[in-house]
Design a protein around this ligand. Structure first.
Ligand SMILES: Cc1ncc(COP(=O)(O)O)c(C=O)c1O
Length: 380
């Protein structure tokens, strides 16, 4: 089956009790047990819930995985996956990770003795040189937030396997219709399902997917022990949002390529980061491992002052954090998603003062381009 069909089949699961084509929202924290000695499949919703089970199976199917887990937020998914490690374990982490992932590593997990080294995942020799006897995993995010740096997923996974390490990949920016890290050798995929998977800027959600039974047991143990599970109403909305994932990603990524190409030719724009562009540093690897460049791009207008003028001039995109909604979203990473990093740390990751991130929604791209043109015309 092709992805678009798989998406619909995975999210249209008939209710065994009624035949309803949409999974009911099972608003029950507890489940009746008929037998004193033998309990049924569900007993308490933190441990398992029929609505969440359908959502978890759907995200697993989409990623080509056996086991899916849904969490209350993307950070809950990432934190829970990282909690499978123990005191004394060391992780190699892409220096391009999302600010919240940076925060959990540098300000929480380090307090529990889970240490990390940030590495440039585009430099495999440097990644290999950073491996220590207690290193357990390599954590990547590709394309990265917000500069869309591309990591060669297969090459990192192969390096990790040679050293008996796990590979964990944040696939938020691509979604499973554009990129399937498990098929490229990754052990665990994580998502902020808040973004493209749900697709409507209405819920917070996170997902983790694996093919490995033993890893799935470890993730399930943490999911149940830590308890950051996705609520059932949000699971319903996630399933509903996923139904249009294929068409949304196709439309938004086509528009993103058109806008990136156009932005490149504008004199006020000093840099465009979009791996769908042939001249982009990550283009060749992106073309090998993903369907296209995705629906997010970033571009530099030279200074914070210009970024401010543009943000205040645009009328179509919402100026806000987040991405992956039906509406286009313009954000300013230095003060938003990556505010956790010091200016020096930001610069080391290519987050310059004039950088804006554009998550391309479902508006007509001609209107988005016209809006950008009138905004750019106001820059100094
Ligand atoms: C790539 C990436 N990973 C993880 C997260 C965290 O997800 P959430 O905000 O759903 O906790 C985000 C949020 O922006 C993100 O962009």
């Amino acid at each position: 089956m092709h992805d678009w069909t798989t998406i619909i089949k995975a999210t249209t699961v008939k209710d065994p009790a009624s035949g309803a084509v949409n999974t009911p929202i099972h608003l029950s924290s507890t489940f009746y047990q008929a037998d004193f000695d033998h309990f049924g499949e569900f007993d308490y919703s933190r441990s398992g819930n029929p609505t969440r089970q359908v959502g978890e199976a759907a995200v697993a199917t989409l990623e080509g995985g056996k086991h899916g887990f849904l969490f209350s937020t993307g950070m809950a998914a990432i934190s829970s996956v990282l909690e499978i490690f123990s005191q004394g374990d060391h992780l190699l982490v892409s220096k391009f990770v999302y600010g919240g992932t940076f925060r959990i590593l540098t300000e929480v997990l380090n307090r529990f003795g889970i240490t990390h080294t940030f590495v440039d995942p585009t430099d495999l020799a440097a990644v290999e040189a950073a491996i220590r006897p207690n290193t357990r995993a390599i954590y990547i995010e590709t394309p990265s937030n917000p500069v869309l740096a591309v990591t060669d997923i297969g090459a990192v996974a192969e390096l990790a396997r040679r050293h008996n390490l796990l590979t964990i990949a944040d696939n938020t920016f691509m979604s499973p219709v554009l990129q399937k890290p498990l098929a490229l050798g990754v052990d665990i995929v994580v998502h902020s399902a808040t973004k493209f998977l749900s697709g409507h800027s209405d819920i917070l959600a996170g997902a983790a997917i694996t093919n490995d039974d033993a890893l799935a047991d470890r993730i399930y143990f943490i999911q149940n022990a830590f308890g950051a599970t996705l609520g059932v109403t949000d699971t319903f909305l996630l399933l509903r949002g996923i139904k249009t994932l294929g068409v949304r990603m196709a439309a938004s990524s086509k528009a993103a390529l058109a806008l990136a190409t156009w932005l490149q030719a504008q004199p006020q724009v000093t840099r465009v980061c979009y791996p769908g562009l042939e001249g982009d540093a990550g283009h060749a690897i992106q073309a090998k491992q993903a369907v296209n460049g995705g629906a997010v791009l970033s571009f530099d207008v030279g200074s914070e002052a210009n970024a401010r003028i543009l943000a205040e001039s645009l009328t179509i995109p919402e100026f806000s954090v987040s991405l992956g909604g039906a509406e286009s979203i313009l954000s300013y990473p230095p003060k938003m998603s990556h505010a956790e990093m010091s200016p020096a740390e930001q610069l080391a990751c290519g987050i310059t003062p004039g950088l804006l991130r554009f998550s391309v929604g479902l508006e007509d791209p001609r209107d988005l381009q016209a809006d950008l043109a009138q905004g750019l015309a106001k820059l100094k």
